[in-house]
Ligand binder design. Sequence first.
Ligand code: BG6
Length: 491
Amino acid sequence: MTSRVIPVAPFTLTVFGATGDLARRKLIPALFHRDLDGQIPDDATIIGVSRRALSDDQFRAFARQALSDHIPASELEGPEVERFLARLSYVAADADAEAGWAELAQRVSAFPEHIPVYYLATAPHLFGPICERLGKYGLAENGRVVIEKPIGKDLKSAVALNEQIGRIFPEERVYRIDHYLGKETVQNLMALRFANALFEPLWNNAHIDHVQITVAEALGVEERAGYYDTAGAMRDMVQNHILQLLCLVAMEPPASLDADAVRDEKLKVLRALKPIDDQNMAAVTVRGQYRAGASAGGAVAGYLDELGSSTSSTETFVAVKAEVENWRWAGVPFYLRTGKRLASRVSEIVVGFKPVPHSVFDANVGPIESNRLVIRLQPDEGVKLWLMIKDPGPGGIRLTHVPLDMSFAKAFKVRNPDAYERLILDVVRGNQTLFMRRDEVEAAWKWVDPILQAWRSAKEPPRPYTAGTWGPSAAIALIERDGRTWLEDGA
Ligand code: BG6
């Protein structure tokens, strides 16, 4: 089965931070893949910008290396590699100085009929200065700007940044990336909910017992420790990715998939989150930090060792019992957890249904387990619906819990595109559905800020957990107090 490819309109994409990690690992490979599939028009062009003095050819050599580091050699054998590299050029420019900007303006204006896109793959403190220079050099007109998280470190700084960007680019041309929204299975969550008549009638507190959202990583913070220590798991993962997943599970059906229709519904969910502050923080949140342990069969260092410091109160793990206070969800807990150096890399959403109201079976047939819908984002994307069935064979009825199991890799023999492939082209298409609107980002901070504040005032260090486990035991207690259990691996 091949994917349907609809070419986008011609564009000039300027990538700031073009020699950085994001460009190397994600953006360049993503653009190449779209080019390989014939989705990028012939005259589309990509301009790399960073402070380093590089010639066009040196930048192309950098991009060639990025491709061979991140794309299987078999996909790099055809003439497409040269065609892709020929699209690239480079300008050295600094966000804080004038040099290079006139040249950039000249190169962009050489294609007046193109859609100008500016991707800010830089440190966040440069977002504001770059936008201002884009304005000053006349580049913002008609231009679309793409920014990455973190968007601020709290509500106040997010508002300030949004204001600064908003002075140059109107909201309908600002694309705030949350790459989780570009993941195949996250999109599938919308398909599952809104393209099937089966689930929506049950999608409420009359039938759903609870929801779990787990985004577990096996890796530690490694060379990102410097950034990570200023953020922690709450800012790095919960404020954005996990809350976005929660919104997609909990939102009302939008009237259409128009960007604002979807984002209006997500915003309502964020605004309905029950506040967590000094009063309830201890009962509904757990923070942890990993100590040395084992991962993938080898010994691994603890967070402090990776950080190279003897002390830090940054959390590398968070578990939260969240609640959405509206008619649909009243009384349904949303258990959220994320962490580095956990037992395995698994991201999934588990929707746990209520038990049957009455059993017609004898007690000796075994317990009747509740139905569960498991939407697995990674590593092996798929959907499982756990049902009770009769154990086959004679000898009376015995019941067993089995999944209807739909693995995407088995069902569709296509490469699963990286989230960035979809998202970059959505910017060119002018489709903001999968990007966070300003008010969403600010509403998420409004919920997160009091939690961070409550943690600060409690002055309790994060609870230690051994690398390679599922986090601190308090996180297990958090859900077990309610008579429920964390589920991993779709189990
Ligand atoms: C990023 C976080 O946004 O998402 C990282 O900053 C995290 O800390 C990453 O590792 C996880 O993304 P993915 O796509 O690998 O699940």
